[in-house]
Design a protein around this ligand. Structure first.
Ligand SMILES: *[C@@H]1O[C@H](CO)[C@@H](O)[C@H](O)[C@H]1NC(C)=O
Ligand SMILES: *[C@@H]1O[C@H](CO)[C@@H](O)[C@H](O)[C@H]1NC(C)=O
Ligand SMILES: *[C@@H]1O[C@H](CO)[C@@H](O)[C@H](O)[C@H]1NC(C)=O
Ligand SMILES: *[C@@H]1O[C@H](CO)[C@@H](O)[C@H](O)[C@H]1NC(C)=O
Ligand SMILES: *[C@@H]1O[C@H](CO)[C@@H](O)[C@H](O)[C@H]1NC(C)=O
Ligand SMILES: *[C@@H]1O[C@H](CO)[C@@H](O)[C@H](O)[C@H]1NC(C)=O
Ligand SMILES: *[C@@H]1O[C@H](CO)[C@@H](O)[C@H](O)[C@H]1NC(C)=O
Ligand SMILES: *[C@@H]1O[C@H](CO)[C@@H](O)[C@H](O)[C@H]1NC(C)=O
Ligand SMILES: *[C@@H]1O[C@H](CO)[C@@H](O)[C@H](O)[C@H]1NC(C)=O
Ligand SMILES: *[C@@H]1O[C@H](CO)[C@@H](O)[C@H](O)[C@H]1NC(C)=O
Ligand SMILES: CC(=O)N[C@H]1CO[C@H](CO)[C@@H](O)[C@@H]1O
Length: 541
């Protein structure tokens, strides 16, 4: 699949080494392998995983050098420079460098674990990792600090077994924004994440959205090649759309959530955030699969594929022969979405482009449940109930923890209010509300699940796609798109669409049926092939 041979070095690389040689060492041949050498032809702000893997394969760069470059970028702009605060912790230097070196040694020996071999990634701080990495897993909350995982969460373990180098834990809206009145991207441990695209950052309107804020900002700012985030409702697609990234929120259950600090087993998904469709498909392909500890993965068993990248390529990646439904009511109504007025015209231009590329466009194709979805409180009932039960399950997964229940977490926050309460956050009102729920057998809960399936599936996505014979819905990522997919437990993807006058990016979403990831990947790739290239943050160029 990928050759392991080392090829010759180009003239540009030799020149860079010669310049660096004066600083670091007298021997240029040694410098090519030095961790601080970095080839000029690689721009980590724009390089995709797919491209980096080619540069690793042909000997232009090593995993050690890539890791060093990302760590340098984090040092320059995370708690310095632009103060992006996208990363809570980087892995202890010697640990992460030893892992990168191991990947380089294996490659030199002809062992390539996957196309992710030796690729540095950030994981959202709610994704459990083995203690040997030296990284904590806290969802940004001090109460989780010092907890001991029994090992990698299954999803982290799968990716590490395929060669991913975890360089750090990404900041997030604390507890995935299920705590109280906190701003997007703020956590007690990580501070306020800021968009890399808006000069002046958060205070100037550079709200990174959330809750996978640091994962998105980190990838856009050259802190890692790609990231894992997680989504209950919007937490992958919204921050990705504000960082000009591609992302896939997969069908619930396609990959495991064991060992991931939860909001809701009903809705949570872990997912890739990256600079291309191919990268997202590649990460997805290496994280899906059955987990006996996660009952939602049973239903996915007959729908899990071993190859998702093929759908990012010909002959799948085309709009020809695709039928796309445009749900105008509610999702395109600015008085309901509150979206910036620049977004709908950009959507219209995108729809026209997809039509010109062969898509069959049904416009309008309204979703019957849309108004009820916006008014519904069923999702809140489900999440409030789930977090109490599912958080206790997470704590029971740990080898050691000071917290065992949601009550313990609330008490910890109260006892450490100086550390734990954000500016303007009076009282962790969401957790206090959730602790009063009566479990997953309560009628109010089973009724709420039924309501969500009616809104999201029966009168929502399934109804609309069936009625129009459509492959996917097309909507602005900002607004209510994520909620429709979230309450259904169905997949939603986001691709870069445009930029506001502030520089803030925004995206376009496709929503499909359950297990329709192949179709959505094909649509993402068809978009990527014809859309203008994504922009990198101007202030980092
Ligand atoms: C290595 O691969 C990259 C990406 O395909 C390419 O741009 C570069 O020219 C290659 N370098 C060498 C020395 O083959
Ligand atoms: C490379 O392979 C050889 C032979 O299999 C083995 O002895 C050696 O330990 C390997 N080295 C590394 C760094 O993996
Ligand atoms: C993880 O938390 C411990 C305290 O429990 C701290 O000593 C350690 O430095 C943290 N790890 C990192 C990488 O910050
Ligand atoms: C977790 O607990 C298991 C079972 O007691 C033990 O084998 C393992 O070493 C522990 N791991 C850590 C990191 O404490
Ligand atoms: C998977 O498909 C087989 C054969 O159609 C069926 O018997 C089985 O029940 C399915 N499993 C699940 C979990 O749906
Ligand atoms: C997936 O399919 C593509 C296209 O056939 C192929 O190039 C690629 O090697 C496959 N990936 C894996 C992991 O088999
Ligand atoms: C278009 O889709 C239809 C229905 O799935 C299929 O029968 C047909 O072969 C497709 N045509 C092309 C050109 O892909
Ligand atoms: C948009 O929503 C508002 C508020 O619900 C409603 O009054 C208006 O009719 C809607 N506009 C369209 C074009 O549907
Ligand atoms: C939430 O916090 C903001 C300040 O960050 C404050 O203006 C607002 O009133 C608060 N809202 C509630 C419901 O507490
Ligand atoms: C919920 O109901 C099921 C089936 O009636 C029962 O087995 C289970 O113990 C109940 N769970 C709780 C938490 O009450
Ligand atoms: C290293 C660093 O700057 N950490 C900061 C993270 O955010 C918290 C909360 O704002 C600050 O207290 C830390 O100083």
């Amino acid at each position: 699949m990928i050759g392991a041979g080392r090829l010759g070095f180009g003239g540009v690389a030799t020149l860079a080494v010669a310049l660096l040689g004066a600083v670091c060492s007298a021997s240029p041949t040694r410098d090519l392998k030095a961790r601080w050498y970095f080839p000029e032809e690689i721009d980590v702000l724009s390089a995709t995983v797919q491209e980096l893997q080619q540069f690793l394969s042909n000997g232009t760069v090593t995993s050690v050098q890539l890791t060093q470059r990302y760590l340098d970028n984090i040092a320059n702009n995370n708690h310095a420079g632009l103060y992006l605060r996208a990363v809570i912790e980087t892995a202890p230097y010697d640990n992460v460098m030893a892992i990168a070196q191991e990947m380089d040694d294996m490659r030199a020996n002809g062992t390539i674990l996957s196309e992710l071999h030796g690729i540095p990634m950030l994981f959202k701080d709610n994704i459990g990792t083995d203690m040997s990495l030296g990284l904590n897993t806290t969802a940004g909350n001090y109460g989780f600090l010092g907890s001991v995982t029994p090992g990698d969460s299954p999803v982290a373990g799968k990716l590490r077994a395929k060669g991913v180098v975890v360089i750090g834990k990404a900041n997030l809206s604390e507890l995935a924004n299920y705590k109280g009145n906190i701003t997007n991207g703020w956590s007690a441990r990580g501070g306020q994440t800021q968009s890399a695209y808006v000069v002046g950052g958060f205070a100037a309107g550079g709200d990174p959205c959330g809750s996978s804020s640091g994962s998105a900002v980190g990838v856009s700012a050259g802190f890692a090649a790609a990231a894992l985030g997680s989504e209950t409702d919007g937490s992958l697609v919204c921050p990705s759309n504000r960082a000009a990234l591609y992302t896939i929120r997969m069908s619930v259950g396609l990959s495991s959530r064991t060992g991931v600090i939860p909001i809701s087993s009903t809705q949570d998904t872990v997912g890739p955030m990256a600079k291309s469709t191919y990268d997202c498909a590649l990460i997805l392909e290496n994280m899906v699969g059955f987990d006996p500890s996660d009952s939602f993965t049973y239903a996915a068993q007959n729908h899990t594929l071993t190859n998702y990248t093929q759908f990012a390529l010909a002959p799948y990646a085309t709009f020809a022969n695709k039928t796309l439904a445009i749900p105008r009511a509610v999702f395109y109504n600015e008085s309901i979405t509150g979206n910036d007025p620049a977004i709908n015209p950009a959507m219209d231009a995108a729809i026209a482009m997809m039509k010109s590329l062969g898509a069959n466009i049904i416009d309008p194709a309204d979703v019957p449940s849309a108004n009820d979805l916006v008014a519904s409180t069923a999702e809140t009932t489900v999440l409030d109930t789930d977090i109490k039960v599912d958080l206790a399950t997470y704590f029971s997964w740990l080898n050691s923890t000071d917290l065992h229940t949601l009550e313990d977490l609330i008490n910890f926050d109260d006892a450490h209010a100086d550390l734990e309460f954000a500016p303007g956050e009076c009282c962790q009102q969401i957790l206090v509300r959730a602790v009063q729920t009566a479990g997953k057998n309560a009628t109010v809960y089973t009724d709420a699940i039924a309501t969500d399936h009616d809104l999201g599936r029966t009168r929502g996505i399934d109804y609309t796609l069936d009625k129009y014979g459509a492959d996917a819905l097309v909507l602005p990522t900002e607004g209510y798109a994520s909620t429709l997919a979230a309450v259904a437990g169905y997949p939603i993807v986001s691709v870069p669409l445009g930029y506001l006058s502030s520089g803030q990016p925004f995206g376009l979403a496709f929503i499909g049926r359950q297990w329709s990831e192949p179709t959505l990947i094909a649509l993402m790739a068809a978009w990527e092939a014809s859309a203008p290239p994504r922009q990198v943050p101007a202030q980092l160029e």
